[in-house]
Design a protein. Structure first.
Length: 379
């Protein structure tokens, strides 16, 4: 495989593109071919499925050049493929769906256990241990979070993010969805607001870093270029406490308002037109129709949007890291958790922050799940 990429790097760029597309097409064709024969009966198709489940994973690992380093991974892939093939054969013979369900869920459950459940348990234990892991300290790490300047600043700033970003994003998205609903050029107007959703938080932060930029001499930052044009002095927006946190929240609002707009616009179109027409015949004003008909009809969707953006606000890390690096009292729980871990010998503090973040996110997730269940019951 490395020889192929070395050869590919030596050919002209105009040839590289079709070669990569051709290789990708072969891979997709192989996958679609295996999917096509997955449901067909007969001994020949059974052999093909066996090759797809056992031989293909091993061959891919060996072709990628992993023979000398992780040969056991290839063996594990072969064993896992054989087990899944056996489970599939048993289910086709009438062994029942439980065996098939257990067999095909086992790999996902194994990965979840290794990548999520085990680290979560280790983090919870570390939150009650000393920073160097030498002994049990009880609630000492949590006491540090609620008494130290860094911990308190992270908590308060996170609270600001959670209170401001979801509410403002939802209000902007809802207002925009209502105003452009059934208007000429609605798709184009939606695209304009939704485009920031395609940008990563780091990319959005870089854009706004130029927006807030301050320097000596000529100003390239939009805000400072405007105010200096009127004779005012440039302002260090990202160092202007405590407003700098709100300036960072604007970035999240800019990226999430499009998400809120798209979801709420779809919900608005699902409100029965008969109800709106009946309200109009009763003499209701546009605002009364919105407040008494449209808004109650999309209440569950508004809650989903609010809770989703709230979770994103609690976990925000990229924006703070890219814009300020936590300086000038702009740190948040997620950023402070990583920073404490990177400082060294502060595993206990970092784990305590992670547990607090998990406790804050958990009620929102539970509430979201309950709302989904209620919607399912109503249907």
């Amino acid at each position: 495989m490395s020889e192929f990429f070395q050869w590919l790097a030596g050919v002209p760029p105009l040839i590289q593109v079709p070669v990569v597309l051709f290789a990708f097409a072969i891979l997709i064709a192989a996958i679609l071919g295996f999917v096509e024969v997955a449901t067909k009966g007969g001994r020949a198709f059974a052999v093909v499925r066996f090759l797809a489940a056992v031989v293909v994973p091993v061959a891919i690992l060996l072709v990628l050049g992993l023979y000398n380093s992780v040969m056991w991974v290839a063996a594990l892939a072969a064993v896992l493929g054989a087990v899944l093939f056996f489970v599939d054969r048993r289910s086709r013979s009438g062994a029942g769906s439980l065996l098939q369900l257990s067999g095909f869920l086992a790999p996902a459950m194994l990965l979840l256990t290794i990548g999520l459940i085990y680290p979560m348990i280790r983090t919870a234990i570390s939150a009650f241990m000393a920073n160097d892991g030498s002994g049990f300290v009880g609630l000492g790490n949590f006491r540090w979070v609620f008494t130290s300047p860094d911990g308190l600043t992270a908590l308060l700033n996170t609270l600001v993010w959670v209170l401001v970003a979801p509410v403002v994003s939802t209000i902007i998205g809802l207002a925009y969805a209502v105003f452009i609903d059934k208007s000429r050029g609605e798709k184009f107007f939606k695209l304009l607001v939704f485009m920031p959703m395609a940008i990563s938080f780091v990319g959005a932060s870089i854009i706004f870093k130029f927006f807030y930029d301050v320097r000596q001499g000529d100003q390239i930052g939009v805000l400072n270029a405007i105010i200096t044009a009127f004779g005012a002095k440039p302002v260090d927006w990202l160092g202007l406490e405590p407003w700098n946190t709100l300036f960072l929240v604007v970035i999240l609002i800019w990226t999430q308002a499009g998400f809120a707009m798209v979801i709420l616009s779809a919900a608005i179109k699902g409100v029965p037109a008969e109800q709106l027409e009946a309200a109009a015949l009763d003499g209701a004003t546009p605002w009364q129709r919105f407040a008494n008909v449209t808004l109650p009809g999309i209440r569950s969707t508004v809650i989903v949007v609010l809770t989703t953006i709230s979770i994103a606000s609690l976990k925000v890390f990229d924006i703070v890291s890219s814009m300020t690096g936590g300086r000038s009292d702009t740190t948040v729980l997620a950023y402070e958790m990583v920073r404490q871990f990177q400082l060294g010998a502060r595993t206990g503090y970092s784990s305590a922050l992670a547990v607090i973040l998990f406790i804050l996110v958990l009620p929102i997730i539970i509430y979201n799940i309950r709302q989904h269940k209620k919607q399912g019951a109503m249907r």
